[in-house]
Write a protein that binds this ligand. Structure first.
Ligand code: CDP
Length: 244
């Protein structure tokens, strides 16, 4: 198994608001390119589940620090699907619970949680070519990533997509409630002081409202093609910024 740090790893950073298609796009890109897929939102959800289970309030302090020290999060690939492991327990389905969706942004706004997550995410990315998706990948976690994408879509379209996905895989949902939840989460994620949701200055913006899934994946594959044609000219390729 390849497990060593590869200094030539290529990192693709995909950021965007809830339901903009990051996970499905990152998963398909990883499949087509043979890259590691790192769903950082799943990791924040896993941390939220752990902190709720341990009755840790969403504020900085030693209670939070101690709980974070006892938390181990891993992402495992299982026939193209991603399994989320929390201290040896498979919590892949549990983290999609509406209660986790409601609480995650509050825990994700805490610097102690973010610092810990970013460290784990960078060490995952350094294991090989990877696609990381989240809110702060291009700005904080991997600011040197040579390919940065900011995906967006209208709130209406994002709610419709998320409802479809949830009802196919996990649970039926009320679309109006879902829209409110997504909107609320976007606001907390964008307004927070630490690593808010925002495009990196050098990110390519892709509005997927009118695009098919294939078109949005192809748009990013095109960026990879162009990058590879010019590979080595100027920019660093690795996710190596430990300073933030
Ligand atoms: O899939 P969905 O768009 O619903 O969200 P997610 O990617 O699973 O992320 C859940 C939550 O985790 C977000 O609403 C953010 O509060 C937080 N998150 C974050 O703060 N930073 C990231 N890099 C990824 C997620």
């Amino acid at each position: 198994m390849k497990n060593m740090t590869d200094p030539k790893s290529l990192t693709i950073a995909i950021d965007g608001p809830a339901g903009s298609g990051k996970s499905s796009t990152a998963k398909e890109l990883a499949r087509r390119l043979g890259f590691i897929w790192i769903d950082t939102g799943a990791m924040y959800r896993a941390a939220t589940l752990w902190l709720l289970r341990n009755a840790v309030p969403p504020r900085e302090g030693t209670i939070l620090d101690t709980a974070l020290e006892r938390m181990n999060i891993a992402l495992e690939s299982d026939e193209g699907e991603q399994r989320v492991i929390l201290n040896d327990e498979d919590i892949t389905t549990l983290i999609r619970d509406p209660e986790i969706s409601r609480q995650v942004s509050r825990f994700a706004s805490l610097p102690a949680v973010r610092t810990r997550m970013a460290r784990i995410q960078r060490s995952m990315a350094q294991k090989g070519n990877s696609v990381l998706e989240g809110r702060d990948i291009g700005t904080v976690v991997c600011p040197n990533a040579p390919i940065k994408v900011f995906l967006s879509a209208s709130l209406e379209e994002r709610a419709v997509r998320r409802a479809k996905e949830l009802s196919e895989r996990y649970q039926d949902v009320d679309i109006e409630l879902l829209k409110r939840d997504i909107h609320r989460r976007d606001r907390i994620d964008s307004d927070r002081e630490h690593a808010p949701l925002k495009p990196a200055d050098d990110a390519v913006h892709i509005d997927t409202t009118q695009l098919t899934f294939d078109e949005q994946v192809e748009a990013i594959i095109d960026l990879v093609r162009v990058y590879r044609e010019h590979q080595g000219k100027g920019r660093m390729e690795v996710c190596d910024d430990e300073t933030k």
